[in-house]
Design a protein around this ligand. Structure first.
Ligand SMILES: [Zn+2]
Length: 622
């Protein structure tokens, strides 16, 4: 049949009912969603790929698909109305089929986007040609049965949301109600990518933390707190399990890698606390490495990572993601940094409203705030509080070498602004909690998972060195009555000791499952001035576990900071050289100190911890 050859053949052509494209769109939206979810699930289970969405994907993907297929159907319906003779069944089938096949072809990131689109177009043309002769049967069946996929979408929407709500309610109801004198609650605030050096609290010349400074004056300030790794995943893992990266076995792969998950062999703080009657809630801004896929949600009754917003909804399926991908469209949607990003204000709101719902029970709340992670966009007035705003700070997180010192300073003023913004918002949250009596018996901990390089040692960003710009982070404890006000701990401490500390303060038995030693040994000791290591005999280690520890490691002990990277050794004075600028390795002091550090690194390597995941609670230092 050749429709365009003349009026006679046009009359004989099958007309497409106006409702047909819509009915077919409903079916295709669900078919595309089922195939996409199956593909992503298989990738997650078998190929170590991240799912990059929460359970809501089950309803969000089909329903958001319906918008894109529906919009296509609307255009086709307009065409049918306007040119009923020209918009043939074959055209309708081909166009809607193209949306389906493109969505599937785009799923595989190894196929170039344009190639995938051309491939989908070819398949759609072929499929349209084959289906067109059977149009009458297809039309009858699709328009009769399209209620089924609509029903499936409604069931998915209600099932996921109702099921989650019901499960959480029943788990909280099963926890015992406690009097206000009951167990100590815990609020753990992790300010992602915040190094100690940029906090007014630690003597920085800009007042980035006026509020935190006030809280610290009533609590404990640790002046030398170190993370166990210079990047998010292993550092958080240590705060949850008490394990150095080399003590951790990740699922199946015996390592802490970019695509690996926290092994079930490492029990977590949230698991121990929830087993002891705590209402546990996690709220995270860093979706790259603290989402449920990494295993951090274990032990949490409530875990908020991927939130449902209009933007995340529209981009939940691969079709939506491709359509909303261009920067211009993202700007239109008001979120140039990425559609999933949540600010400290939004996260703190969720924290507070969740706490209202669990009132009367001890709680453990873990919060990861992502505002100081690039790309940086603190809101006014914080965007220009410490200097002019550098436009590039807002479009890219890739800091480049070779830029001028002035540009680096401008970018760093956005970083400082982001820290000050979090400082304000944390203060608001704590004051609100105080008013509601939620801080009467609560241990508040403010810390970070790693710092950031701002050009020092010719580096930007993080995860790329073992210098103190990345390893030294803020650590503040606050409790209404537990600590003597204004306590300052000068001894170096490791965040791997956080879980043990929290269990000791809450009185929850550890039974050896979480490693490390409680930091209260520093707080409760009368002498808080730092003279060598009166309390912490164990050296502080940081490594990245993806590599052989002897090639890439940092060890802090006896007032010195030892760095080994790419086989090269460096040694710095911890007290007098906070920025690791003067390498002492060839000096008499350095030469005398080196053997002990080498011994420590070799003993870790020899104990086989890097491969077998055998636990060590103490690292040897001669
Ligand atoms: Zn991080």
């Amino acid at each position: 049949m050749n429709e365009s050859s003349g009026p006679d053949s046009a009359v004989s052509a099958t007309r497409v009912p106006l409702t047909f494209p819509f009915a077919l769109a409903v079916w295709l939206a669900v078919i595309a969603a089922v195939l996409e979810l199956a593909y992503r699930t298989a990738g997650f289970i078998w190929f170590g790929q991240m799912f990059r969405a929460g359970l809501d994907a089950i309803w969000m993907v089909p329903i958001s698909n319906l918008i894109w297929f529906g919009a296509t159907a609307a255009v086709l319906a307009f065409g049918i109305r306007r040119w009923p003779q020209r918009v043939s069944p074959q055209i309708v089938l081909t166009v809607l089929g193209f949306v389906l096949f493109a969505g599937l072809a785009w799923l595989n990131p190894s196929i170039h986007k344009k190639a995938a689109t051309i491939l989908a177009l070819g398949i759609a043309v072929q499929a349209g040609r084959m289906a067109a002769p059977r149009f009458s049967a297809i039309d009858r069946w699709v328009r009769k049965s399209f209620w089924w996929p609509i029903g499936a979408m409604i069931v998915a929407l209600i099932g996921v949301n109702g099921g989650r709500w019901g499960l959480e309610r029943s788990r909280i109801a099963s926890l015992q109600e406690q009097a206000s004198s009951g167990p100590t609650s815990v609020l753990l605030l992790v300010l992602d990518t915040v190094r100690a050096f940029n906090l007014g609290l630690y003597g920085y010349d800009k007042q980035t933390t006026p509020n935190l400074g006030r809280w610290a004056l009533q609590g404990v300030r640790f002046d030398r707190a170190f993370v166990t790794a210079p990047w998010t995943f292993p550092s958080h893992a240590a705060m949850f399990t008490g394990r150095f990266p080399f003590e951790m076995r990740m699922a199946g792969l015996h390592d802490v890698g970019w695509k690996h998950r926290l092994s079930k062999e490492s029990p977590t703080l949230a698991e121990v606390l929830s087993a002891n009657g705590y209402a546990t809630g996690g709220f995270v801004g860093n979706l790259a490495y603290t989402s449920w896929e990494y295993g951090f949600n274990r032990g949490f009754i409530h875990y908020e990572d991927y939130k449902v917003t209009l933007q995340t909804f529209l981009s939940s399926s691969i079709i939506g993601r491709r359509i909303t991908e261009p920067a211009s469209i993202r700007r239109l949607m008001g979120s140039p940094a990425g559609l999933n990003r949540r600010s400290v204000t939004q996260i703190n709101e969720s924290v507070f409203s969740w706490l209202e719902g669990v009132k009367g029970r001890p709680f453990f709340v873990f919060v990861n705030l992502f505002d100081a992670h690039g790309p940086l966009f603190p809101p006014p007035p914080f965007d220009t509080l410490f200097g002019p705003r550098n436009p590039r700070t807002f479009v890219s997180s890739d800091l480049e070498f070779g830029e001028g010192a002035a540009e680096t300073r401008e970018r760093m003023s956005s970083y400082d602004g982001a820290i000050a913004f979090m400082d304000q918002e944390i203060d608001l949250l704590l004051k609100k909690m105080q008013q509601r009596g939620l801080l009467d018996n609560t241990l508040v901990i403010v810390t970070s998972d790693h710092g950031e390089h701002w050009g020092e040692h010719n580096r930007f960003s993080h995860g790329n060195s073992f210098y103190r710009q990345l390893l030294q982070v803020p650590l503040v404890f606050w409790h209404a009555s537990r600590f003597p006000a204004g306590t300052v701990v000068k001894e170096p401490v490791s965040l791997r000791d956080l879980p043990s500390t929290i269990l000791e303060i809450t009185g929850v038995p550890n039974s050896g499952r979480l490693l490390g030693t409680s930091l209260t040994r520093h707080i409760d000791a009368p002498e808080s001035s730092w003279q060598g290591e009166p309390h912490s005999m164990s050296p502080i280690v940081a490594s990245t576990a993806r590599l052989d520890i002897t090639k890439s490691v940092s060890v802090i002990a006896r007032g010195m900071h030892y760095v080994r990277a790419a086989g090269k050794e460096e040694l710095y004075d911890l007290e007098n050289d906070p920025f690791d600028t003067l390498n002492l390795v060839a000096t008499p002091v350095g030469l005398a100190a080196l053997p002990a550090f080498r011994f420590t690194v070799d003993s870790i390597k020899k104990s086989g911890n890097t491969r077998s995941g055998v636990m060590t609670s103490r690292v040897a230092f001669p």
